[in-house]
Design a protein around this ligand. Structure first.
Ligand SMILES: [Zn+2]
Ligand SMILES: [Zn+2]
Length: 140
């Protein structure tokens, strides 16, 4: 049985990556850091284990957006690419919009729902978590 392969990269093409296997989850994040870091109303992340993920071209630069949290982006075009945190060191989260085929990784939940923009509405039926999903119950 062959594992699914998700290739992706930044807007200018300088930085490329490959993810192998099924994602752990795909989450729309409504937190203010993701909003600021992407310039978008929300940011959709593909959750992977570190050993599912490799950079295949170029090298991103990293910014520490909170203590213990590093966000990687392309230095040439600014595309946000990954999120890594010390508290979940075995995971890497990849921006779904940078996949070559984002439709291949449909979202499964919303996180940081309490920070969502008031004009953003959805009836997608996915579970919505006030903050992180881990160990929490959905609020909607
Ligand atoms: Zn780029
Ligand atoms: Zn976020």
């Amino acid at each position: 049985m062959s594992e699914p392969i998700h290739d992706g990269g930044c807007l200018c093409g300088a930085v490329r990556y490959r993810a192998v296997g099924e994602p752990l989850w795909v989450a729309h994040c409504h937190c203010e850091s993701c909003r600021k870091g992407s310039g978008a109303a929300m940011l959709t992340w593909v959750g992977l284990l570190q050993d599912q993920f490799t950079w295949t071209a170029g090298a991103p630069v990293r910014f520490e957006s909170s203590p213990g949290v590093r966000r990687a982006f392309c230095a040439a075009c600014g595309t946000p690419l990954t999120y890594e945190a010390v508290r979940i060191a075995d995971e890497v989260h990849v921006t779904a919009g940078t996949l070559d085929d984002p439709a291949s990784a449909p979202p499964t939940l919303h996180v940081w729902w309490e920070e969502r923009l008031s004009w953003l509405h959805t009836d997608d039926g996915l579970p919505k978590f006030a903050k992180r999903a881990r160990g929490a119950d959905p609020v909607a």
